[in-house]
Design a protein around this ligand. Structure first.
Ligand code: HEM
Length: 155
């Protein structure tokens, strides 16, 4: 059995589930084109879906990080971390760190403040949530493109 291939499967599947969720939330739930409900109702639906998705995203981030580090161990690639030509690997680590901090620190700590903003000014809350998700979504997409291209010798 090729252990590396299976660890790579875990890595890619966890990234797919994680990025799929972020894509859905950003391009459907938070899209201005999805005007099926009033702003209040949209925020309620968002809160409901996001609460469940955050749990799944946390698990996927842990799996992606764990499998990524395991692959580095199998490949004996720790010295890649100090080689500029492996910038696409640094990008993976950067994106992973951003999401880890966001999901495990910022989200739980800022939850109450966002709830208060939704009550006070739903328009501003909506815009903030949208901008934040679009930025994170773009970061994920760029990371996936560079990771696939980089690990298959494109750079
Ligand atoms: C702790 C964080 C991470 C580590 C240590 C890590 C490590 C790795 C390693 C070692 C590889 C294989 C490279 C090779 O075969 O030469 C890889 C591949 C890959 N990683 Fe990551 N990664 C991490 C996070 C991420 C994140 C956040 C994403 C996406 C957002 C990602 C997406 C990918 C993709 C798409 C591949 C290519 C798979 C393929 O084409 O077969 N990784 N990663």
């Amino acid at each position: 059995m090729n252990l590396f291939a299976w660890v790579r499967v875990v890595h890619v599947v966890s990234v797919i589930l994680w990025i799929g969720g972020v894509s859905f939330v950003t391009s459907i739930l938070l899209s201005p084109a999805t005007s099926f409900e009033s702003l209040d109702q949209r925020l309620k639906i968002f809160a409901l879906v996001e609460r469940r998705f955050v749990r799944q995203a946390r698990l996927m981030v842990l799996l992606a990080g764990g499998s990524g580090l395991w692959m580095m161990h199998i490949l004996g690639g720790w010295n890649w971390l100090v080689q500029p030509s492996f910038w696409w690997l640094h990008l993976m680590l950067f994106t992973w760190t951003v999401f880890t901090v966001f999901l495990f620190v910022v989200e739980p700590l800022g939850h109450g403040r966002m709830k208060a903003l939704v009550q006070r000014d739903p328009e501003v809350a909506w815009r903030r949530l949208r901008i934040m998700h679009v930025i994170l979504w773009i970061l994920l997409l760029v990371t996936v493109i560079c990771a696939v291209a980089g690990s298959h010798g494109a750079f």
